[in-house]
Design a protein around this ligand. Structure first.
Ligand SMILES: NC(=O)c1ccc[n+]([C@@H]2O[C@H](COP(=O)([O-])OP(=O)(O)OC[C@H]3O[C@@H](n4cnc5c(N)ncnc54)[C@H](O)[C@@H]3O)[C@@H](O)[C@H]2O)c1
Length: 357
């Protein structure tokens, strides 16, 4: 197979903890040519550790190179549309982190740009590439639990999840005072940071698009400015009910976990990860666990599979292993949950369509 030449945009937390190590592991298929980040120290750390030839502070310079086959975009979601459209127009195949974008309209523009420029676009919904969810889905697909009735998820995250990791930099602070991930100007909080994963899994397991969402959110932590607690019920068009509870701001020693349970009329299946890390240390500095991407978030090499299958699809001219439409629908669900939690009413997915605005 031809080795593909890659550029990575946004060398922050998820790039250093998952994408760059996975690309290095996939060295037989991928050559990392260049990275781009507006923070020189983050980009330089990627060059030093992962052997990219060079780095740019302006991602457009990376896109101008004609020796790059695909880009991996690891910036926050409010930058995805601009960067994905620019990459498509530069003729690069694109892998882009979740959430797909900040609005459904942006997601549609990204899909249209990829189509118009005949490049592959895939959104990195990493849990779709995780063994335990794939196995659970297989059990459902084989009919082992009968007809799906309810999809139930729980996610708990401590606030200091990344704080103890030995990363080159912390989260990016666009205005210099607080990280984008906790700044209401840049994010809606748990709905986009975490729930978009749960939304995607729920829709996948339900096997249908959603009709409506009813959600409640809270800012539970002291000094927090974006929703750190979210609970919701989804009614899918085939009658399946999806529900989740997400808390992403628990005290730093709290063991984080994710649970997905699917109830059918003849049984149930559960993908449970109460302890994703082989060992952890709790001290005054918070929780510490090994900086090893296959032990972080997705214990069974989800990012190797995500990036490896994306690259293989380009090499053999196959469609992407995950259609960007799925990510677009998960985003619409998350935004519907935000709208419901703010207005207190049931939000129909039809209201999230750009044509209905
Ligand atoms: N798949 C998952 O489970 C998962 C996990 C964590 C994060 N994410 C997603 O990854 C994305 C990034 O999150 P993060 O935690 O790495 O954030 P981060 O703040 O740690 O990293 C973002 C990086 O983008 C850089 N950047 C900002 N503007 C830029 C520009 N114009 N050009 C190039 N680089 C620019 C910042 O300097 C920073 O290094 C988010 O969309 C987040 O939701 C996904």
């Amino acid at each position: 197979m031809t080795k593909l030449r890659a550029g990575l945009i946004g060398t922050g937390t998820i790039a250093h903890s998952a994408h760059l190590p996975a690309m290095q592991y996939l060295g037989h298929d991928i050559e990392l040519v260049a990275v781009a980040d507006i923070r020189a120290e983050a980009a330089q750390a990627a060059v030093k550790k992962y052997g990219a030839e060079t780095w740019y502070s302006d991602y457009r310079e990376l896109l101008n190179r004609d020796d790059i086959d695909f880009v991996d975009i690891c910036t926050p979601e409010f930058l995805h549309c601009e960067q994905v459209v620019a990459a498509a127009e530069a003729g690069k195949h694109i892998l882009c982190e979740k959430p797909m974008a900040a609005t459904v309209d942006e997601a549609d523009r990204m899909i249209a740009a990829a189509k118009a420029n005949d490049v592959m676009l895939m959104i990195g919904h990493s849990r779709r590439f995780t063994d335990r969810y794939r196995n659970a889905w297989q059990a459902v697909a084989e009919g082992r639990i009968g007809n799906v009735q309810i999809v139930r998820e729980n996610e708990r995250r401590p606030i200091a999840m990344y704080s103890a990791l030995d990363l080159a930099t912390g989260y990016w602070s666009p205005d210099g005072d607080r990280p984008w991930i906790s700044d209401p100007e840049y994010t809606e909080g748990a709905a986009l940071t975490n729930a978009v994963h749960e939304m995607d899994l729920a829709r996948w397991f339900a096997g249908a698009d959603a009709l409506s969402v009813q959600a409640e959110s809270r800012i539970a932590g002291e000094g927090v400015e974006v929703a750190d607690f979210l609970t919701y019920t989804i009614t899918f068009k085939n009658g399946v009910i999806g529900g989740a509870e997400i808390v992403n701001n628990l005290p730093s020693g709290y063991p984080y976990f994710h649970m997905l349970e699917v109830y059918g009329d003849q049984g149930s299946v559960r993908a449970d990860d109460p302890d994703q890390s082989p060992y952890a240390v709790w001290s005054q500095g918070g929780m510490q666990f090994p900086v090893n991407f296959d032990q972080l978030l997705h214990i069974d090499n989800a990012y190797i599979r995500e990036i490896g299958w994306f690259v293989r699809a380009i090499q053999i001219g196959a469609p992407p292993p995950l259609d960007p439409w799925d990510a677009r629908q998960a985003l619409a669900l998350s935004l519907a949950a935000v709208e419901s939690s703010k207005t207190g009413r049931t939000v129909f997915l039809s209201e999230m369509e750009p044509s209905s605005e």
